[in-house]
Design a protein around this ligand. Structure first.
Ligand SMILES: *[C@@H]1O[C@H](CO)[C@@H](O)[C@H](O)[C@H]1NC(C)=O
Ligand SMILES: *[C@@H]1O[C@H](CO)[C@@H](O)[C@H](O)[C@H]1NC(C)=O
Ligand SMILES: *[C@@H]1O[C@H](CO)[C@@H](O)[C@H](O)[C@H]1NC(C)=O
Length: 143
């Protein structure tokens, strides 16, 4: 049997070595039309990328977070999330935003909130909030 001290240390170690990240998905360019669950929190080991968070999310909640992608040298380009595909014909692409607060339809994120290096190049920290948005806006650069 483990002693209380061992359990306490294991618990503290787990807190020190994991990070909780909130992951939202907006599957429509018009925020009011987004269908699905509100953001969910996932725990990942310290040093993880957002791509790692996506893997954990897809495993724990495949209905809302499963994805399709194309592999490039720089990492994965995500073409579908939660069963909703990009639509290049209508200029709809999955775009990743890092937020400083929970996303709201009346105040959607903009270019300032874009990630620079994509899911596999973005390292996460505890309490980070991310949004993958299928948007047709002009969110193609950070300026
Ligand atoms: C992450 O969330 C879990 C469950 O709410 C909590 O027990 C844990 O302490 C959190 N970890 C950190 C690093 O905040
Ligand atoms: C987007 O970035 C701006 C500027 O950093 C910030 O004030 C705003 O809260 C961010 N929006 C969200 C939804 O996090
Ligand atoms: C994005 O799509 C919506 C709905 O299809 C449309 O109303 C809006 O004008 C489009 N925005 C841009 C920037 O193309």
């Amino acid at each position: 049997m483990k002693s209380p001290i061992t359990l306490l240390l294991a618990c503290l170690l787990e807190i020190a070595l994991t990070e909780n990240v909130t992951y939202h998905v907006w599957n429509n360019p018009i925020p009011e039309k987004v269908a699905g669950v509100p953001g969910q929190v996932f725990s990942v080991p310290k040093g993880s990328t957002f791509g790692d968070v996506m893997n954990v999310a897809a495993e724990q909640n495949p209905t809302d977070y499963r994805y399709t992608y194309i592999q490039y040298d720089f990492g994965r380009l995500f073409t579908g999330i939660g069963g909703v595909s990009q639509d290049p014909g209508n200029n709809r692409y999955w775009v990743l935003f890092k937020l400083s607060e929970e996303p709201k339809a009346e105040n959607p994120p903009g270019n300032k909130n874009l990630t620079e290096y994509g899911a596999d190049g973005t390292f996460v920290e505890n309490n980070d909030i991310f949004l993958f948005w299928l948007t047709n806006g002009s969110h193609s650069s950070k300026v």
